[in-house]
Structures are given as structure tokens and as C-alpha cells.
Design a protein around this ligand. Structure first.
Ligand code: LLP
Length: 420
């Protein structure tokens, strides 16, 4: 069964009509299909079954506790990038010894939280960060297990804002200086460098950049061992792309075969940090048409979701499929419309000149492939309440984050004494 499909004239998530969700929860709302999360994780894990590999789900893609909890129950570890994400991973039931802490700028407080929890590994991205971590760990009387994230200077062939592995990007330590960095680490009392980490970008749709990066990382492991370092972990990051439109990303099986080939004979425990590949196509953003406006040059469908709810089209010019929740009659003719939100910015546009069967006010629409980097990137811009989230399981659904009303948002503000 395809989880998201028309059934009896209505677009469904599993056996739940999205019209039912909209009726119960209102719009806009994110709606996730639990079966897609579970099937996606199982397929990914099965692809790596023959390898000594740990799957650390990158919480940044979608950190709702119900989503992380679904993956945790299937055995997922976590890749976190903040103390908040660490708290979420632990709260969702992911054991500390399956958690990796990544990120280019961890605070000392975050390092302390990670070390106190006893996580598996911290991925360090600079020498000053390494020194800080060593001090924090020594202060706690522990030794931090560390991988140094190296920057292999490889173009991931993806949008420039989500490319991370070129030398001009802020991430990692230049691979050409990595050996000096490990020598420096070896002289610090609070860290033990046990691994090499690499992550070159997100939404990669070809294996070639992965191959080039993994090869460089594997060579580095050998060079470091020759230098006398006991390196037995290789963290290959995330980045595997999904289908938004007509992309043909590698399957988890192809990706796993590449990892096997690149790490063959190294004797390393391999870590993977998939985010989007596990959750991207597990969710849609459900929105209602407010108005249809006919301009001189364009026709606009104004919906009740906006860039604050899903920022990917504005930020990365990302293309998301958009379908009406009521299935169009056979033979209906599609015409071009711009689908836009109510926020006061031209960038608040979900689709330009998109062929749609003339939508009418009150119609529901589903913005597809919104499970990754959707709700987590939402803001309250224009004092719009954070968008709620729903998880579907067969014919039932649950609100996994309620809509926060505007009064609660206002209540966060305080007036200084001189304005009271
Ligand atoms: N590991 C590290 C160190 C990362 O920086 C990332 C993503 C991942 C793993 C997970 O990558 P994935 O498997 O999801 O590609 N907001 C952007 C994507 C930003 C990705 C940031 N890093 C978007 O909406 O496309």
C-alpha cells in the first residue's frame, strides 16, 4: 500500500483521509504516516545488515518526540547538534551510547551535557573546539570519545546552501591538515580521538560525491593509523537524497553497497547519519485555500500555510509537489497557478506557475515531501502560531504537537518597567 494516495476520492495518509485530519485539527498542519517512517528505517537498516554499521538518525530533520520515538523503537541511534536535540533523543528512548553529537560550534554547557549523559561520540570541527572539549572533559574527570570531522573539499552537487564539504564551507577541518589535528588531539588530556567523520551535504542524488568523500576518509584512517592513532570508527554523515519531483537518488541498497566497498578491510565501525532519507517522504503539510486571486498576469492561490510553516521553497527554491485533497474529476484540465502564503514577503511562495485544476476557496491541499526540515524549521514570523503535527497509524491519528495559540505567544513577551 502506498501510504499517501487517493482512496475513494480523497487524499489519504494510510487509512486516514486528510479531510478528517483538517476537520479535527484545523489547518495548516503537518501530517506524518507512521508506516513510512517505519518502512523507511527498516529498509535502511536492512541495506546495512551485513556491515558493522550504526544508524544515527539526524534529529535536525524532524525532532518531534513521536517521530524520534517511532525510530527509537526500531533501534535507531541519533545524531544531535544541540543540547535540546540531545534531550529529545534521550527522552525518545535512544540510549546514550547510540548518540553522536555533531555541529560546528558546541558550547561548553553542551559538551558537559553530552559527557554527563555518556554519549557515544562527539564530532569535533576545529582545534579550539577540541581544546575546549578536553578542558570540559578533564574537569569532569572523563575522557571524551572524539571523531574529527574533516572537510574533504568535495562538491556534493546539491543546492549551495546545503553543501558542506567544500573548502570554503565553515565545516570540518581541512583534510590536508587532519594529521596535524590528530597529533594535537593526542597531546590533550581530556579527549581520545577514535574516529574520522565526514559529511558533505544534503539531498545528494548521485553516488559519485559520496564515493570521492568516503575514499578520502578511508585513506585518512590508514594514514592516521600509520601515525600511531587507534582509529576504529568512521562516521560517514548523512545526505542521501529523496524524490521530490523527478530526482533519481541512489536507493539505500546502492548507498550501502558503496559504503561497504569504500570501507572494505578497514575494520572500522561505520556510523551513518541519515535525516531526510528517513522522514522526508513520510509527511505532508496540509493547508486550506483562502482565496483565489486573478491578477493581470498571474493567478494566485492564497493558502493558509506560509513560509514560516515550511521555509524550504523560500530558502532553497525547493520544489514540493502540491495535490488537492479532493481528487479532481477524471478529465479535469490543469492550469498554471502560483501557490502563495499570507506572509508579507514575495518569497512566501510555495509554487510558481504550477499546473492545478482550478482550486476554490475552502479546498484543502497537501504539500508533499514535507516530513524533513518542515516543522523543525517553522517559526512564528508574523506572529503566526507554530504549526501543529499529527501522526497517523493505520486508521487512527494523534496530535503529536498541538497548535499553540497566539495568547501563549504573546505571554512569552515581557514589558520593561518603564513601559508598564
Ligand atoms: N549529519 C550532519 C553532520 C549534518 O549536517 C546533516 C544535515 C545530516 C547528518 C543529515 O543530513 P540529511 O541526511 O538529512 O541530508 N534544511 C535543509 C537541509 C539541511 C541539512 C543540514 N545538515 C533542507 O531543508 O534541505
Amino acid at each position: 500500500m502506498t501510504a499517501f494516495a487517493y482512496r475513494a476520492g480523497w487524499f489519504h495518509a494510510e487509512a486516514v483521509s486528510l479531510a478528517r485530519v483538517a476537520e479535527a485539527v484545523g489547518t495548516p498542519v503537518y501530517c506524518y504516516a507512521g508506516s513510512v517512517l517505519a518502512d523507511g528505517y527498516r529498509a535502511f537498516a536492512a541495506a546495512f545488515a551485513g556491515q558493522d554499521a550504526g544508524i544515527c538518525y539526524a534529529l535536525k530533520a524532524n525532532s518531534n518526540l513521536a517521530v524520534v520515538g517511532t525510530l527509537a523503537r526500531l533501534g535507531a541511534g541519533a545524531d544531535v547538534v544541540s543540547e535540546g536535540e540531545l534531550m529529545r533523543a534521550l527522552a525518545a528512548g535512544i540510549p546514550a551510547d547510540r548518540i553522536v553529537f555533531s555541529g560546528v560550534g558546541k558550547t561548553r554547557a553542551e559538551m558537559k551535557a553530552a559527557l554527563t549523559a555518556g554519549i557515544f561520540q562527539l564530532n569535533v570541527e576545529s582545534l579550539p573546539e577540541l581544546e575546549a572539549l578536553s578542558q570540559v572533559a578533564a574537569g569532569l574527570g572523563v575522557t571524551a570519545p572524539v571523531a574529527l570531522r574533516v572537510n574533504p573539499d568535495i562538491d556534493a552537487g546539491t543546492h549551495h546552501k546545503i553543501s558542506t564539504g567544500r573548502k570554503e564551507n565553515k565545516f570540518g577541518i581541512d583534510i590536508d591538515h587532519a594529521r596535524e589535528a590528530y597529533a594535537f588531539a593526542a597531546g590533550l588530556p581530556g579527549v581520545r580521538a577514535v574516529g574520522v567523520a565526514v559529511h558533505i551535504g544534503s539531498q545528494l542524488t548521485s553516488l559519485a560525491p559520496f564515493r570521492a568523500a568516503f575514499k578520502k576518509a578511508a585513506h585518512l584512517v590508514q594514514a592516521l593509523r600509520a601515525d600511531g592513532h587507534a582509529i576504529d570508527r568512521l562516521d560517514l554523515g548523512g545526505g542521501l537524497g529523496i524524490v521530490y519531483r523527478e530526482e533519481t537518488p541512489p536507493t539505500p541498497t546502492d548507498y550501502a553497497a558503496l559504503v561497504a566497498e569504500a570501507t572494505q578491510g578497514l575494520g572500522c565501525r561505520v556510523l551513518l547519519e541519515p535525516g531526510r532519507a528517513l522522514v522526508g517522504n513520510a509527511g505532508v503539510l496540509l493547508t486550506r485555500v483562502l482565496y483565489v486571486k486573478t491578477g493581470l498576469h498571474r493567478r494566485f492561490v492564497i493558502v493558509d500555510a506560509a513560509m514560516n510553516d515550511l521555509i524550504r521553497p523560500s530558502l532553497y527554491d525547493a520544489w514540493h509537489g502540491i495535490l488537492p485533497v479532493a481528487e479532481p474529476m477524471p478529465g479535469s484540465v490543469a492550469e498554471p497557478f502560483d501557490v502563495v502564503g499570507p506572509v508579507c514577503e514575495t518569497g512566501d511562495t510555495f509554487a510558481v506557475q504550477r499546473p492545478l485544476v482550478a482550486p476554490r476557496p475552502g479546498d484543502l491541499m497537501a504539500v508533499l515531501s514535507a516530513g524533513a526540515y518542515g516543522a523543525v524549521m517553522a517559526s512564528t514570523y508574523n506572529t503566526r502560531p507554530l504549526v501543529p503535527e499529527v501522526l497517523v497509524d493505520g486508521d487512527r491519528f494523534a496530535v503529536i504537537r498541538p497548535r499553540v495559540d497566539c495568547a501563549a505567544l504573546l505571554a512569552l513577551d515581557r514589558l520593561p518597567s518603564w513601559l508598564e
